[in-house]
Design a binder for this molecule. Structure first.
Ligand SMILES: Cc1cc2nc3c(=O)[nH]c(=O)nc-3n(C[C@H](O)[C@H](O)[C@H](O)COP(=O)(O)OP(=O)(O)OC[C@H]3O[C@@H](n4cnc5c(N)ncnc54)[C@H](O)[C@@H]3O)c2cc1C
Length: 473
């Protein structure tokens, strides 16, 4: 073969190699990880193969049992399913069933030290939902809570995937494929290996062995806890509103309370969130005010964790016969990680089924999707940088509250600020799109006017106070 290779030239040969690396009837795919990315990939790969008349075998290896309550069945997450994700899935005929949805969210409530404002959904179709990823928090009494990850995995099974409930412990490149090893069952050989293992460092290190140019994503610690409450109390205290906090507390970029049926999920994102940061947050007046008066908010919740979240994407998440998707590949900074899992899972599936499975195929058809997410995240970093400055400025926060109030109370007003905030909180729109809308002269002028408007009464109030003091003296 070598003489043939040198005779026809290496370029032509590598083109031939790439050409040979295609899935054919009987090809086998191993998907490691049955979270959203693994399930989305599997669902679309099986669907595209069916349309293409291609008979493939697809195995999903998943270490967790999503029917279990608590950490062993959960992929730690706030559980907000954005409207863009709901709409994208609906376009492909995938409607999230109502028994998965814990609560439909129709408004956002923005809390600052300067006041609170409710932001309505920009349009009636723009609705988001809260879900559990597993079967409910630790200590949960319900036995039949249906979580998002389990629903998706079952859907894949119905489409023909085989779900293997085992932890993958070894990956090895063979002459014409990839060998997958688990603790208990025998090794299996595959034509394509898909990494959808989230931010599990140990498993990601295994991938480096078969995908040498890959570099792991950079992460920081976030925080989640679940507060059990009577449904009537959730309704009475939080309603169908996601409560977002823009407080001047160090290291917190984003804090939110997400109402579920009989739980409220607290999510904190920022830099290396630790116990003290959590403590300061839950003890703030604004957070306490969201709970019934006698609720022990500052007691340690039975279900809490400090999961990792991506702050910088992994590099080069593909090689011949290997592709990494979701959090393991490229995600969306701080928001809509499930939506990003759909984007990368679907793009990797269409590349593998319709184009090929060589590094070149993934570089040409899959990498641009990851790069686009990365570029958007750079703008996202800028937006969160500005958000931190705003958090520290009571003057700007007053201006924002004033502008939002004007927009929300006037049916004819354009909802520029409200929709920018809505999309920043939900992650429904791309960060570039949000920045463009934020820089709209109409919004900037409105914000400056509102900010100055809130300053004038302050000056008048101060003047009045001084006069009063002089008179008393
Ligand atoms: C605090 C916090 C809040 C968040 N809130 C939201 C939110 O409200 N909305 C949203 O859209 N996103 C949110 N995200 C992001 C979202 O959770 C992730 O982006 C999403 O889960 C990524 O999906 P994934 O399938 O790539 O990875 P994961 O969901 O992590 O799934 C990876 C799967 O791989 C399995 N696995 C790993 N190693 C192995 C192995 N060796 N063998 C077998 N199986 C293995 C794991 O068990 C797991 O099931 C949040 C993240 C954090 C940290």
């Amino acid at each position: 073969m070598d003489w043939f290779r040198s005779l026809i030239g290496s370029n032509f040969m590598s083109h031939m190699d790439a050409h040979e690396m295609e899935l054919t009837n009987g090809s086998r795919i191993a998907v490691i990880g049955g979270g959203p990315a693994g399930s989305f990939f599997s669902y679309y790969a099986l669907e595209y193969a069916r349309r293409f008349g291609l008979e493939i075998e697809l195995d999903i290896f998943e270490a967790k049992d999503f029917t279990k309550i608590g950490a062993s069945g959960c992929n730690h997450c706030g559980g907000i399913v954005s409207e863009s994700l709901v709409q994208d899935l609906a376009t492909d005929g995938l409607v999230i069933p109502s028994d998965i949805i814990q609560r439909t969210i129709s408004t956002y409530t923005l809390h600052t030290e300067q006041g609170t404002r409710i932001i309505r959904t920009p349009s009636e179709e723009h609705r988001i939902a809260s879900v559990f990823r597993g079967s409910g928090p630790r200590g949960c009494l319900e036995k039949n809570t249906n979580g998002f990850d389990n629903y998706m995995l079952e859907l894949c099974r119905q489409h023909g995937a085989r779900v293997i409930r085992e932890k993958v412990t070894a990956l090895e490149r063979t002459q014409d494929g990839i060998r997958v090893g688990c603790g208990k069952s025998p090794n299996r050989d595959y034509d394509l290996l898909v990494g959808a293992v989230g931010l599990n460092n140990k498993t990601l290190e295994l991938f480096k062995g078969v995908c040498p140019a890959y570099s792991l994503p950079e992460t920081t610690r976030a925080y989640i806890s679940e507060f059990m409450m009577k449904p009537v109390d959730v309704e009475g205290s939080l309603g169908s509103s996601m409560h977002v906090f823009l407080l001047n507390l160090p290291q917190i970029t984003f804090g939110a309370l997400i109402p579920k049926y009989n739980y409220v999920t607290l999510v904190l994102l920022g830099e290396d969130i630790d116990k003290e940061i959590v403590h300061n947050f839950v003890r703030s007046d604004q957070v306490r005010a969201c709970f019934p008066e006698d609720y022990p908010v500052d007691q340690i919740a039975p279900c809490q964790c400090y999961p990792y979240i991506n702050v910088k994407q992994g590099r080069h998440p593909f090689a011949d016969r290997v592709v990494l998707i979701g959090d393991s590949g490229s995600s969306k900074l701080y928001k809509n990680g499930i939506g990003a899992a759909l984007i990368t899972g679907k793009a990797a599936a269409s590349t593998a089924i319709f184009e090929g499975i060589s590094e070149k195929h993934f570089a040409k058809y899959y990498a641009p999707i990851c790069k686009d997410l990365d570029r958007d995240n750079m703008v996202g970093k800028l937006i969160f940088g500005v958000t931190r400055l705003i958090q520290k400025s009571s003057i700007i926060k007053r201006g924002i509250l004033h502008l939002v109030e004007r927009e929300q109370s006037d049916a004819a007003a354009s909802l520029r600020m409200s929709s920018v905030l809505w999309d920043t909180f939900t992650g429904s729109a791309g960060y570039r799109n949000i920045l463009r809308r934020f820089l709209h002269p109409g919004l900037l002028f409105g914000l400056i006017r509102s900010t100055i408007g809130t300053l004038v009464p302050t000056f008048n109030h101060q003047k009045h106070e001084k006069q009063e003091t002089r008179q008393t003296l």
